[in-house]
Design a protein around this ligand. Sequence first.
Ligand code: FES
Length: 339
Amino acid sequence: MANMSNQIFNVQLNKNKQNFECPEHNSILEGGLRHGLAMRYECSNGTCGVCKARLINGDIKKIKHHDYALSADELDNQEFLMCCHAPGSELELEVDLIGDVRSIPVQEIQIKIKNIHFVSDDMAIVSVRTPRSKTLQFMAGQDVELSFKGVVSRYPIASCPCHGMELEFHIRNIKANKFSQLVFSKQIKDKSKLDLTGPKGVFVLKETSTKPMVFIAWDGGFAPIRSLVEHAFSLEMSNPMTFYWAYPASDPAPYFDNHAQSWHAVMDDYHYQTVACEFDRSNENDCHKVAKQIYDSLDHDMVNQSEVYISAPAEVLIYLGEFLLENGLNESQLIASPI
Ligand code: FES
């Protein structure tokens, strides 16, 4: 009878003072990514050599053949490929994590649509897969450009980097956006191949901050917020978290309300509040009105002590940012991304 035991070992990264648990049958790369660590990798199959690490203490087990050949010096230095090795004991490693979002190269990858789920007449949740040999390296909260037959549009990634090959996008049906028209006319459908270029943008989590976190999204601005929140969960950050989700009062609820509710099960210190906003879509000046309605719904004492992440249209962002800064928020606490 097969031995079904799967021992779990602690892996300590000595440079970054971080650690994670990794089952003995999983690659160390997989274990680290699942725990939200920004590990460098590309192919996940032993070809590129990007996931090199140095073993300081403990035993590793080779679980996959690799074509990439380590030099004699690298082998003498106890270097190995994290995608092809699992822990054989508690480990201490030296790993070069991505410290700065700007150091991630822009990548070009062909992706395939796995599934399109229309949650309403004008909102599609698009799940895609990257090839096994070329996973997208990105940080939670970043954007990419998607292109189909020469039609290009930029979207935030809604999933956490810990999901590896699986990426998710939330696409609103907007008449002036040709890419969204291709999705809603079903010319882009299951199994369609798209070209992805990215990642782009610097809307990322302050992982070392001990302040509470406030997330504010307008409608589809939920996508990068979801990526940030789920990344914070995978990092096991214990900072109190509040999410304000503003949406048009003409809708019954935000389009993924249940998902935002479900985070209560993951974290005790999580508060969720929806903000139904009255506005006239034909009146551009209503961005000010929307920003004021969001601002009036906030717990200002708590917001002023927090890192505040906002994902909203640029005009709403400008007014809301001004209200917050005029009322005591420090500029360094504001992390914003226009959608
Ligand atoms: S990620 Fe390419 S060799 Fe490990």
